[in-house]
Every structure is written in structure tokens, then in C-alpha cells.
Design a protein around this ligand. Structure first.
Ligand code: PRX
Length: 663
């Protein structure tokens, strides 16, 4: 008799470790458990394996130059081009195979396949167009586009001519675009007229031009016309704005030789949130980053050229950079891009796409899995998902229940699940199981990858014992690491190194990278990442600085002070809770609440929208005047507050609780 659903749930609920399926191990790119010892014994030369996945135009002389920590250099003396690695070298064998399968939002109307030949052609044409506009090597080009194929085309065109790109997530606001363009001194912008969200056209160009009003230098703009004429918001463009199609047509059939870039030359900048209001410009390089994206795609995502690989992230975040564009294309596979949301036109959408394209891997975020769980298993269960071979998650901790649901309902208990911990700064995966080697433990990302040296330590830097909570640290450099924060070496050292390093030392072994995450480690060396220990929130797997949100709120007329914390949320993981003190004479009414929400959306974007705005007379503060954020989090979560008598103003707590309860 076959197992009933209830029996099966009960069995899975009790099981806390899972072996990878034999059928997977037999075909896995990496299946030899000795790789851990081999990499440790051969460090840093083990990373030649990663560099070997790339094509170099000049060989590197040294794997790692660690003479000036923390300014490490990898594959020094080597030269390569990222666009040639993603395209040119695949043409002979895979020219007619799909490089990108793009699924546009309006169902069945607008899907496009780019073969490697076609992608190569368009990248060359657009690279020639960028040159015509005057873009030269090392000029930063900002790309402000949603999930349309022209985004990876533009990224690869920039890479081809040695111009670093800075992609700004399309959901970010006009102000966020301006901040990033000013910080990077970026004089070129590629954007689009609009795109679809849940069936409705959105005016993206309007947001881009509003942003440009606040850019403090001249900008040449290229606009991709994504919307068909019946949905277009405009059909003429302002001065200094060129149409993408026209530019590409002007350069039809042209080729541009890929520029040889030094391994340490910047490939791209990516701005991410930190503890101050100013986003950090994370700098990634050509040789180290690309080899890291390629090796982790090979070893962890098990990508093979004949696969159809689906990552549902947005290219506007690091996940899309490393695991939609650079990693998969370097390996010559077919990478999918989906423009829409998983619930439009209905909740079958993602499963229909996987079934239709016979996707072999699915890499998504726990926030999406929690939403799928809430919608119910009937949606995936009514589709043939048997093409899937591997499942992955990224961006935030995944609770064991969601992990098991994913394993059972999407993977049919036949696919290993890789829970991958990493950050914008690490360039690619750092902690996770190797799917063809390791046992999986739901809820725990897993051990550090071979060649990665990570640990969990206490405040003084000593390793904690198994099961105790502490701070995650990385003890040795790795090729995909950020090199610095753009134009800000001091902040780079202060943010990531000062905590656990001897910053006066020239010895690499005295330098320890601190990712600002809390973690636990078990007796087998599996690390469970608990979340940020700085003032950064993780909302639906997206990183948001509380300071950025607070400064947006205090910018609203009538607001005197604000404190933003994260509260638990079933689907989003964390949600934004804003505690606000108004100036005298301002009414705590609906109008002000709306103005605050709008203020946050204007400064950052809808993802930062507060779940709750709580007006209060005062914020709970310690006797020394520090805001008690932990207490505000406990209030948001309805947790027991413990002893509040040490506060300077304990009476305010009850007042806030009452307000939150009445909202
Ligand atoms: O707190 C960790 C969490 O996401 C942060 C990095 O965010 P970001 O730079 O936006 O990159 C997200 C995609 C790589 C980390 O500091 N995080 C990421 N992956 C995991 C995670 N937390 C727990 N488990 C993970 N697998």
C-alpha cells in the first residue's frame, strides 16, 4: 500500500538528515568526498580548478597575492574577457543552442529564445553602439532594467569593451537610481520605457528621468522599447536619449573584439545596503569573480551545457548576476529568465514554465517557497516536474518545514536541495552542501565549500562549541571576494575586517572577514546562519538598511524621529516596522501614515514599504540614550519583553504596545 500524505508528512517531519539520491551522485559534476581534503592541502592552488573553467587570453602568474591584506589579488598577471568567456568560446560547439530562454510576462505572447550565436551577435552590436556613444574602458555604465533580455545583453556588451556595469534593481526608486549614479560617477544609463507587472504596463522611463533630474552630471541615456505601441507611455525621447533598437540596427552585423582585461580589473559594481544611509558600492573583478561564479555553478548547481537551468531571482540583485548570467553562461548552458511573478495569471505559472521548458534545476528564495506552501501543493502536484534534478535556495534562512515541503512537493524526494549561504560581497556561494557528496540537514546551509575556511566564533574571536550561537567569520580569502568598496577603502576595512583582524598586520593569517551574520555550528561542521547582527533587514530575501529607511522617514514633513526594525513575517521572513515620533502640532492621522509609506517608496522602492507605522511619543531608550532596538523588535513580534525597568522611559513601552494592538 502506498504511503498516505499524512504518513509521509509525519515521516519527513521526523527526519533531520537526507542523503543525496544515488542517481544524482552518479552523474554529479563533483562526487568525490576527497575534494575537501584535497582543496585544503593544496590551498590556494586548489583554485586553479576554478580558473581552469575559464578561457584566458594570457595566463596568470600567481594564484593569490596576499602581500597587502585585505587587498587580496587573485590570478595576478592573467588576462581575460568575461563576454568572450560567456559567448565566443561556446559558438563553435553550441552556437545554435539556446543561451537564454526568456519568458515574458503576458502568457504565451512574448517568449524569446536567444541562441549563443544570436546573443553573441546582439552583444557585439550593442557593444559597438556603446562605443559610438563614447563609452570607454573603465567607464561605469548604469543599467536600470527589469527582467528583459536586453539587460544581460547590456551587461555582456559592457564586459566586452571593459566598461564596468552597475545594475540598479528596477524596483528601486528614482532617488535610489540617482544616489547610485552619483556615487559611481556614471555618465551612461541604459533603461527601458516600461514593463509588465501582473498584466499591467508600468512606466519605468518616467522613474528613470525623475532620477536623472537628481544626477549631478550629464548622462547619455539609451532606452529599450519593451512595451508594444498600444501600451507605450511615450513615443518620443528627450535629448541625449537614444533608442536601443535604432542603435543596434545602426551597428547590424558589426563585431567588437573583446578587450583583454586584467584579472583584477573591475567587472562590475553592485550597490548594497549597509548600516549607514549610504549604500556600499561592492567592487567585483573579472578573473576572481568569474571563476567563482563558474566553479560554484559547476560544483553546487551541477550545471552542464545540455541543461536548462532556471533561477527565479532578479538580475538586479547579485543572485541574478552570478547565477542567471555569469555562472551559467560561462558554462555554456541554457539559462532561463522569467519577467513575471509566480502568481500571475495564476499560481500554476512557475510550474507550467518548468514543465514546458523541462528545467533541470530550480534556484529560488525561501520567501517564494513559503508562499508556494501557503498556496498549497495542488499547484505543483498537478504538473510534471520530473525534469528537475536539483533544487536550491538562497537569500535567507530556510526553516526545516519549508525545506521539506520543497524537497517533497517540488523535488518529489528525488532532487538534492542546496541551501546556499552567501552575500553580494562574496560574489558567489560560500556555505552549502555539495549535492553529489554531502548529507543534507534541513535548516542548515551546510559546511563551507571545499577551499573555503569559515567558522563560528564568540565576541573575542574564539570558536564557539557545537550548538552555541556566535558570529560567522571567513578566515581565508577566496577568489570571488569583493576587492573593496568603490572609492572607499577605509569603509571596506571598517565594515568587514576591523572586528576580528589585527589591522596593523601584513600577515594574511591575521585578517578575518566578518560578514555580519550570526550563526551556529554543529558537531559535523554544518553551519546554520541565523541572520544579520547589524542593522540590516532581510525582507523577502532582499537586503535593506534600517538607516536608509529611517532617513527616508525623517525626510517626511512632520516627522521628528524614526526607528525601523524587522518583525517576523510568515512569507517575507522579515517585515519593516517603523516607530515614528512626530513634530509638535502634527496629527498622527492616516494622511501622515500614507506620506511616510510614500516617502519610503520614493526613497528606496516598494520592497521597503513599512508593514506597520506606529506613532509614539518617545522611543524606548537606555539610560545612556541609545534606542533599544531589540525591545522594539520584541514589541513588533509580540514577544515577552522581560525586564524593562532599566530603561530611561519604561512607561513608553506600554504606550507603544497599546498602539500596535489597536492598529
Ligand atoms: O544574512 C545573510 C542572508 O542574506 C545576506 C546577504 O544578502 P545579499 O547581499 O542581498 O545577498 C543575497 C543573495 C546571496 C547574508 O548576509 N542570507 C543569504 N543566504 C542565506 C542567508 N541567510 C541564511 N541562509 C542562507 N542560505
Amino acid at each position: 500500500m502506498s504511503e498516505t500524505d499524512t504518513d509521509l508528512e509525519a515521516r519527513l517531519a521526523e527526519q533531520d538528515s537526507f542523503e543525496p539520491p544515488q542517481s544524482f551522485i552518479e552523474q554529479a559534476n563533483v562526487s568525490d568526498p576527497d575534494i575537501y581534503d584535497a582543496f585544503e592541502n593544496d590551498w590556494p592552488h586548489c583554485w586553479e580548478d576554478a580558473a581552469d573553467l575559464l578561457e584566458w587570453s594570457s595566463d596568470y602568474e600567481q594564484v593569490l597575492d596576499d602581500s597587502n591584506p585585505p587587498f587580496y589579488e587573485w590570478f595576478t598577471g592573467g588576462e581575460l574577457n568575461a563576454s568572450a568567456n560567456c559567448l565566443d568560446r561556446h559558438l563553435e560547439e553550441r552556437g545554435d543552442e539556446a543561451a537564454i530562454e526568456w519568458v515574458g510576462e503576458p502568457v504565451d505572447e512574448d517568449n524569446r529564445t536567444y541562441t549563443y550565436n544570436e546573443l553573441h551577435r546582439e552583444v557585439n552590436e550593442f557593444a559597438a553602439a556603446l562605443q559610438e556613444l563614447g563609452v570607454g574602458e573603465d567607464d561605469v555604465v548604469t543599467l536600470y532594467m527589469p527582467m528583459i533580455p536586453e539587460l544581460p545583453v547590456a551587461m555582456l556588451a559592457c564586459a566586452r569593451i571593459g566598461a564596468p556595469h552597475s545594475v540598479v534593481f528596477a524596483g528601486f526608486s528614482a532617488d535610489a537610481l540617482a544616489t547610485r549614479m552619483n556615487a559611481a560617477d556614471s555618465e551612461y544609463l541604459v533603461t527601458c520605457d516600461g514593463y509588465y507587472r501582473r498584466g499591467d504596463p508600468l512606466d519605468h522611463f518616467d522613474k528613470a528621468t525623475t532620477g536623472l533630474d537628481n544626477v549631478d552630471h550629464e548622462v547619455d541615456t539609451v532606452v529599450v522599447e519593451r512595451l508594444p505601441s498600444e501600451d507605450a507611455f511615450a513615443n518620443t525621447w528627450p535629448e541625449q536619449t537614444r533608442g536601443y533598437d535604432e542603435l543596434v540596427e545602426n551597428h547590424a552585423g558589426e563585431t567588437v573584439d573583446p578587450v583583454d582585461r586584467d584579472a583584477e580589473d573591475m567587472l562590475f559594481l553592485m550597490y548594497t545596503s549597509g548600516t549607514t544611509g549610504q549604500p556600499k558600492g561592492v567592487k567585483h573583478t573579472t578573473g576572481g569573480y568569474l571563476s567563482w561564479a563558474a566553479w560554484t555553478s559547476h560544483a553546487v548547481l551541477d550545471i552542464k551545457p545540455e541543461d536548462t537551468y532556471f533561477c527565479s531571482a532578479d538580475i538586479g540583485w547579485i543572485t541574478g548576476h552570478s547565477y542567471i548570467v555569469y555562472g551559467p553562461l560561462t558554462l555554456g548552458t541554457t539559462t532561463m529568465m522569467y519577467e513575471g511573478t509566480p502568481d500571475h495569471p495564476d499560481r500554476n505559472r512557475l510550474w507550467e514554465i518548468i514543465e514546458e521548458y523541462e528545467a533541470n534545476q530550480l534556484y529560488t528564495a525561501p520567501t517564494a517557497i513559503r508562499a508556494f506552501m501557503k498556496w498549497g501543493a495542488e499547484y505543483p502536484d498537478s504538473h510534471d516536474l520530473s525534469s528537475l534534478r536539483l533544487l536550491g535556495t538562497v537569500g535567507e534562512p530556510i526553516n526545516p518545514r519549508a525545506w521539506k515541503w520543497y524537497y517533497k512537493h517540488i523535488g518529489n524526494e528525488e532532487c538534492p536541495v542546496v541551501d546556499t549561504w552567501w552575500q553580494t560581497e562574496t560574489g558567489g556561494m560560500m556555505l552549502t552542501t555539495l549535492p553529489g557528496v554531502c548529507e543534507m540537514k534541513p535548516g542548515s546551509a551546510g559546511p563551507p565549500l571545499p577551499g573555503v575556511s569559515a567558522d563560528v566564533v564568540d565576541m573575542s574571536g574564539s570558536p564557539v562549541s557545537a550548538g552555541e550561537a556566535g558570529y560567522l567569520v571567513v578566515n581565508k580569502p577566496w577568489p570571488g571576494m569583493l576587492r573593496t568598496l568603490y572609492n572607499n577603502d577605509d569603509r571596506f576595512i571598517n565594515e568587514y575586517w576591523r572586528e576580528y583582524s589585527n589591522t596593523d598586520s601584513d600577515e594574511s593569517s591575521d585578517w578575518v572577514y566578518f560578514p555580519e551574520d550570526g550563526a551556529k555550528i554543529d558537531g559535523d561542521g554544518y553551519i546554520t546562519v541565523l541572520g544579520r547582527v547589524d542593522d540590516v533587514l532581510n525582507v523577502s530575501g532582499h537586503r535593506l538598511g534600517t538607516m536608509e529607511i529611517e532617513s527616508a522617514i525623517v525626510g517626511v514633513e512632520g516627522v521628528a524621529e524614526a526607528a525601523v526594525v524587522g518583525g517576523e513575517h510568515d512569507i517575507k521572513g522579515e517585515a519593516v516596522y517603523a516607530y515614528v515620533i512626530t513634530e509638535d502640532g502634527y496629527n498622527h492621522g492616516e494622511d501622515l501614515r500614507e506620506a511616510i509609506v510614500e516617502g519610503v517608496e520614493d526613497a528606496i522602492g516598494p520592497i521597503a514599504r513599512p508593514e506597520a507605522v506606529i506613532f509614539t511619543r518617545e522611543l524606548p531608550k537606555t539610560r545612556s540614550g541609545k534606542i533599544m532596538r531589540r525591545l522594539l523588535e520584541d514589541i513588533a513580534n509580540g514577544d515577552d519583553l522581560g525586564d524593562t525597568s532599566t530603561l530611561r522611559n519604561p512607561e513608553v513601552v506600554e504606550d507603544i504596545q497599546r498602539k500596535l494592538g489597536s492598529d
